[in-house]
Design a protein around this ligand. Structure first.
Ligand code: OGA
Ligand code: MN
Length: 200
């Protein structure tokens, strides 16, 4: 956890290999119900699907999905508290979805704090692909706000990437094989249309 805090402070991101063990990754994957929905841009119902931007399918994490999901969310809660303590970010809640990219699926370069998601401050991406190899592709490419390449990250099982949502545009390159991840966001509590924005 200290390394994560140091790296977030100096670089704005941290790649945490072995965040979960291979067994824990398997248990987590086994929790995913077979109920995939086309991903939409933004989190509100009225936003239209933008298939040209992303082609993955998602399911939001819920504690009722099982103990491995609960344990994952508990770990995220520990990260939330540590980040708030170190940086006074006022992170209020965490939302996350499983994502499935099938052969040819991608997510074009984007920032996670786009319209409708302005409250996102810290992004997490966790990978669940055993025996990933270079031919599988589907890497995450991370840039800075000047479009300078920062890192190309293979989506290997057990690793967690954490970064400041407003600082790093990123894209998922087309994958050659089925690819599973959990994308999540720590949000601050915002005010929208004169109402506290605490919807899930
Ligand atoms: C996202 C995202 C990256 C990934 O869902 O916003 O950038 O590697 N996902 O799954
Ligand atoms: Mn993203």
């Amino acid at each position: 956890m200290n390394q994560m805090i140091d790296s977030l402070a100096t670089q704005g991101y941290y790649l945490w290999d072995g965040f979960l063990t291979p067994e824990e990754v398997t248990d987590l994957r086994d929790c995913i119900p077979d109920d995939w929905k086309k991903a939409r841009i933004g989190r509100n119902d009225e936003v239209v699907r933008e298939a040209e931007i992303r082609s993955d399918k998602i399911q939001w994490l819920r504690r009722g999905m099982g103990t491995p999901v609960q344990e994952f969310l508990d770990k995220m809660e520990a990260i939330r508290l540590a980040a708030n303590q170190a940086f006074f970010l006022g992170l209020f809640e965490y939302e996350a979805h499983f994502a499935k990219y099938e052969k040819g699926d991608f997510y074009q370069k984007h920032l996670d704090c786009f319209k409708g998601n302005e409250n996102r401050r810290l992004t997490t991406v966790f990978y669940m692909n055993d025996e990933w190899s270079e031919e599988d592709a589907g890497e995450l490419v991370v840039y800075d706000l000047n479009d300078k390449h920062i890192a190309t990250i293979p989506p290997k099982a057990g690793r967690l990437l954490i970064f400041l949502s407003e600082q790093f545009p990123h894209e998922v390159l087309p994958t050659n094989t089925e690819r599973f991840s959990i994308a999540g966001w720590f949000r601050i509590n915002g005010v929208k249309d004169n109402q506290l924005d605490i919807a899930h």
